[in-house]
Design a binder for this molecule. Structure first.
Ligand code: ADP
Length: 616
């Protein structure tokens, strides 16, 4: 089969643009990092020039008939200056490392901030996830380098090497001006080879990233308590090992390819250095043998030629480093530049004082990459303070609808309005204040119970209110049983005094958080799924109090719980197929009635498995 070549991707920004951007960011947020690198470059320039001159000065002093004190002053002065510069260089180098970390932390913070503030729908996209991982690489050690810190430093190193190239070029031209183009042009081949290598590395980076992401996932999974249980009980270890081996082999293949190419580039470089410097030294020796050069000049030019090659190497490597790190900065900037969606701010959440009217107007929603819509032209008006139960089979689109309502997704077409204002009229952060949701996928943080409920530090938490919300959510007994009570931190693995709550207890805690927020719209997505019947009963009993004065949307598979709601909406295949009270829907005999009958049959006295099969 013919292999189809992926089109080459043009870097997001040029090397110059990324360099100027990095310098700007560094000067604004960690100026000491820039200044220490610049000072270090100046120190290196002086140390190098002294290093080139020192041997020739020593030869001249020894052979030129100067007095001892003259020799001591000139040679000793240079040695002392070199030592002092060396000490200053070491000190600045240490300092540079510390302040470099500050810049690195700043960039990490920008990536985290972007991730946390980005429009939710974007975070679920595959492209965003890949870009996020690549952007994070800019602050991680990557083949011995941290790209975000190294790009501005490489650029300063380029300037340093160009200055040295000029200064040294002046000395080399004493031998022959022709040596300068010869010594300078030869590394062009090396530069070209490096460029080809970097282009290749850039072209495969997404594949490499995918493999390393899979590898990271598969490596972490066995350590995850949830997965560890399944691995043992379902005997998945063998299958797991094979999968690991397979992905590891792919990762090793990429590494070997990279090493082979790196070796070729390095070999070409070494051969060229040998030819280039060999020819220059031969010329120098011939001139000295012919008496065209004094011994101290010979020593000076010899040192200059050998260093000259180093500066060209320095220019090539600084530029190569800039190109390589610039590609990572491209990913970083592309991630930071990902467009955020926000509303105009014409509508304000503070104007919504009690449960608002919510209108879905011909709303369609299609997930990225899906062939068809998940929500099809859905139209629904929820009256102010109305309590709606959203029911329907798995995959009907209930959670998607709730995410659309909470402003986490934007309708592909159609509009959602709150008290007549389209969602796009609200700023995102302001819109989220309208909702107190409890979602199915619960993620507990490492804060204390009180902080988890309030979403703020304990000092800013209304503790009596938090306790009252915990009581309403049915978690009071559990919290009372803890030594630190409401001040107990969650997550035993991170906090020594922490508590590990069960799935049901966590669900109650999230309910308490929703009650504490006291937003005008209460959204509960299967809030009792992990609760025992007693706890479930308590939540139902408290439901009217919780939802009082609010518009509420309640998703549940326990259809008996829908009786607490004013209206039941039955969703199937992303469309509303039935709507009404429990009695109306039962009389209709549609999807809801079938589901209700199926569920209740097991609770009726005297019904056997055989009876239930007959019924269904
Ligand atoms: P319900 O809550 O009614 O069980 P969902 O709203 O979770 O249904 O899902 C509706 C449909 O949308 C399902 O077919 C599901 O596979 C699909 N879906 C849900 N989330 C995503 C996603 N992030 N990307 C693509 N498809 C999704």
């Amino acid at each position: 089969m013919k292999k189809v070549k992926a089109p080459k991707k043009k870097p997001y920004k040029s090397v110059i643009s990324n360099t100027l951007w990095s310098w700007g960011e560094m000067l604004r947020h960690a100026p000491a990092a820039f200044i220490s690198e610049a000072i270090l470059s100046v120190i290196t320039i002086f140390t190098t020039i002294i290093g080139i001159y020192l041997p020739s000065v020593a030869v001249r002093e020894a052979s030129g008939g100067f007095t001892m004190s003259h020799a001591v002053i000139s040679v000793g002065g240079l040695v002392l200056a070199s030592q002092l510069l060396g000490i200053a260089g070491t000190f600045t180098g240490q300092f540079k490392y510390t302040v470099g970390m500050k810049y690195r932390n700043y960039i990490s913070g920008r990536v985290d901030e972007k991730t946390a503030s980005m429009y939710y729908e974007l975070t679920e996209r595959q492209r965003t996830r890949v870009l996020r991982e690549q952007a994070s690489r800019s602050t991680q050690m990557w083949y011995g380098a941290v790209p975000s810190v190294d790009l501005p430093n490489h650029a300063l190193s380029l300037i340093k090497n160009i200055v040295l190239w000029f200064l040294c070029g002046g000395i080399v031209s004493l031998v022959s001006p022709w040596l300068i183009p010869v010594l300078t042009l030869a590394p062009a081949v090396n530069w070209l080879a490096g460029r080809i290598y970097q282009r290749w590395e850039y072209s495969i980076r997404e594949e490499v990233e995918t493999v390393s992401r899979r590898l990271g996932y598969i490596t972490l999974l066995p350590g995850d308590f949830g997965a560890a249980k399944d691995i043992r009980i379902y005997g998945l270890a063998g299958w797991f090992r094979e999968l690991y081996r397979d992905i590891k082999e792919q990762s090793v293949r990429y590494r070997n390819k990279r090493l082979a190419r790196e070796f070729l580039v390095r070999a070409a470089d070494l051969i060229l250095i040998l030819i280039r410097d060999g020819a220059a030294y031969a010329l120098l020796i011939i001139m000295t043998a012919r008496g065209e050069m004094t011994p101290d000049r010979f020593v000076l030019c010899f040192g200059a030629i050998s260093s000259f090659a180093g500066f060209i190497g320095g220019i090539v490597s600084a530029f190569g480093g800039m190109r390589g790190t610039s590609l990572v900065i491209c990913d970083l900037r592309e991630y930071l530049d990902l467009p955020d969606r926000d509303g105009s701010g014409e509508a304000r959440s503070e104007d919504v004082v009690s449960g608002p009217e919510i209108v879905f107007d011909n709303v369609c929603y299609r997930y990225e990459g899906a062939d068809e819509d998940t929500i099809h032209g859905l139209t629904l008006t929820i009256k102010p303070c109305e309590k709606i139960a959203l029911v329907g089979p798995n995959g009907a689109g209930k959670t998607t609808l709730v995410k659309l309502l909470c402003g986490l997704y934007q309708p592909t077409s159609g509009e959602i309005r709150i008290n007549g204002h389209p969602v796009k009229d609200y700023r995102n952060s302001d819109y989220y204040r309208l909702f107190s949701p409890v979602f199915q996928d619960i993620k507990a943080s490492v804060f204390t119970i009180a902080e988890t409920v309030s979403g703020e530090w304990e000092s800013a938490t209304d503790l009596p209110r938090a306790e009252e919300c915990i009581r309403k959510a049915g978690l009071k007994n559990k919290i009372d049983s803890l030594t630190l009570g409401i001040h107990t931190p969650l997550d035993k693995q991170v906090n020594e005094n922490g508590v590990e709550l069960s799935g049901g207890e966590l669900q109650k805690l999230m309910l308490a958080r929703a009650i504490y927020k006291d937003a005008p719209v209460l959204v509960l997505d299967e809030p009792t799924a992990a609760l025992d019947p007693l706890a479930e009963n308590e939540v139902y009993r408290n439901y009217s109090e919780m939802a009082s004065g609010k518009t509420a949307v309640f998703i549940s598979h326990r259809l008996a719980s829908c009786r607490f709601c004013d209206r039941i909406i039955y969703l199937d295949g992303g469309m509303i197929t039935e709507s009404g009270s429990h009695g109306e829907l039962m009389r209709l005999g549609g999807g809801y009635a079938k589901m209700f009958d199926m569920q209740s049959v097991w609770y009726r006295e005297g019904v056997t498995e055989h009876d239930s099969e007959q019924k269904s």
